[in-house]
Design a protein. Structure first.
Length: 327
C-alpha cells in the first residue's frame, strides 16, 4: 500500500470520502476506512476526517504527508486480516520515529468494510436521498442510521448531505462562482433561463434553462443548499429572489451594490415577504476580500458560504461576516 500512494497527493484534495466509498462498493472490492477520532495540540485536520484505501483507490488525508504512508500500511494489514486498528501518532505513540511537524497527538481508527456491508449501503443511500446519518462502528459490528445509541468501544461519525450550490447567471462572474463551487465539492448547477442549448464548458457543473421557480423546484433545496444570484438583470434577479427566499436553502446571496439594495428589496416587501427572511439575505454577496475580478468574487462567495457552514457547526462564536460593495 505504501507503494500505491502517488507521488502527488491529489487523493487529499477532496474532503468527502463517500465518492471513494461508492467506487469501492461498485467495484465489489473491500475497503479500509480510517477515521481521525482524536486531535490534541492542534493539527491540520479535525476529528471526523477520513481516508479510504482499496484496490486502486486512495482518498482523503490526515496530516499532509506526516503519517499517510504509515496509515496506508496499517490499512493494507487491516484489509488482509480484518482486524480493526487504533493508531496513535505523537505523544504516546509506539512509533516515535513518525513525527507530526505541528506537534499534535492524533488517534486514527482503521476498519475493514466489505463492499456489500449493509451499513455502507445505507450510508450511500442516505447521501443519494440527502439525509443526515451517523456511522457507528467498533470495526466488527457497525450501524448506519438517522440516529442510534453508540455502544462501548464504538466510534461515531456524522454525515450530512453533500453541500449544493445553485448559481443564477451567465456572465464571467457567475461562471467563476459555479466553477469554483464544483471544484470545492459542491453539487453545482448553473441556471440561465432561456439560455443556449449547449451547457457551459465547466467540469462538474450541471445546467438548467428553465425559469427560477421551476429550476429550484427541479433541483430541490434544503438547509445544505446555497443559492448565488448573479444575473446582472434586475428583473431576473427579482424572479430568482422571489423563488429563492421562500425556499429551504440555508444561504441566499445577491450580487449588487449595497446602495441599490433597498430598491431591489422593495418589491419583495410589497409582496409580503417576511422581514426576518429578507434580513437573512447576504447582500452584497461574499466576503470583503477587496477584489472584483470574476475569480476574486467567486473566491469571496464560496469563502462566505464555507465560513458560514463551519460557523453553524462550531461551538465557538464567530464574528459577523464583513460585506463587500459590488457594482
Amino acid at each position: 500500500m505504501r507503494e500505491a500512494l502517488p507521488e502527488w497527493p491529489l487523493f487529499g484534495m477532496a474532503g468527502d470520502v463517500r465518492p471513494a466509498l461508492r467506487q469501492a462498493q461498485q467495484g465489489k472490492t473491500p475497503l479500509a476506512l480510517a477515521t481521525l477520532t482524536s486531535v490534541e495540540g492542534g493539527g491540520p485536520r479535525p476529528p471526523g476526517t477520513q481516508m479510504v484505501f482499496a484496490d486502486g483507490i486512495v482518498a482523503g488525508y490526515f496530516s499532509g504527508g506526516c503519517v499517510e504512508s504509515d496509515v496506508a500500511d496499517h490499512a493494507l494489514a487491516c484489509l488482509a486480516d480484518g482486524t480493526p486498528r487504533r493508531l496513535i501518532y505523537g505523544a504516546g505513540s509506539p512509533w516515535p520515529d513518525i513525527q507530526l511537524l505541528c506537534g499534535a497527538r492524533i488517534e486514527i481508527f482503521v476498519e475493514r468494510v466489505a463492499s456489500d456491508d449493509p451499513a455502507l449501503a445505507e450510508l450511500l443511500k442516505a447521501q443519494d436521498e440527502r439525509r443526515s446519518v451517523v456511522w457507528i462502528s467498533d470495526g466488527v459490528k457497525r450501524l448506519c442510521a438517522t440516529s442510534a445509541q453508540p455502544w462501548d468501544g464504538a466510534i461515531v461519525q456524522a454525515y450530512d448531505p453533500t453541500p449544493r450550490l445553485v448559481v443564477f447567471g451567465a456572465d464571467p462572474t457567475a461562471l467563476a462562482i459555479a466553477s469554483l463551487g464544483a471544484q470545492s465539492g459542491f453539487e453545482t448547477t448553473l441556471v440561465r433561463p432561456k439560455g443556449p442549448q449547449a451547457p457551459p464548458p465547466l467540469p462538474g457543473v450541471a445546467y438548467r434553462r428553465d425559469e427560477p421557480q421551476a429550476a429550484l423546484a427541479a433541483i430541490g433545496t434544503d438547509a445544505w443548499t446555497a443559492i448565488a444570484i448573479a444575473t446582472h438583470n434586475l428583473d431576473l434577479d427579482q424572479e430568482a429572489l422571489a423563488a429563492a427566499l421562500p425556499s429551504a436553502a440555508g444561504y441566499v446571496g445577491l450580487l449588487g451594490a449595497r446602495k441599490r439594495l433597498p430598491e431591489r428589496l422593495a418589491p419583495l416587501r410589497a409582496a409580503g415577504f417576511p422581514e426576518a427572511r429578507l434580513q437573512q439575505l447576504h447582500a452584497p454577496i461574499g466576503l470583503d476580500i477587496g477584489g472584483k475580478a470574476p475569480w476574486e468574487v467567486a473566491l469571496s462567495v464560496i469563502g462566505e458560504i464555507v465560513a458560514l457552514r463551519h460557523a453553524r457547526t462550531s461551538s465557538e462564536p464567530r464574528a459577523a461576516t464583513p460585506k463587500r460593495e459590488t457594482a
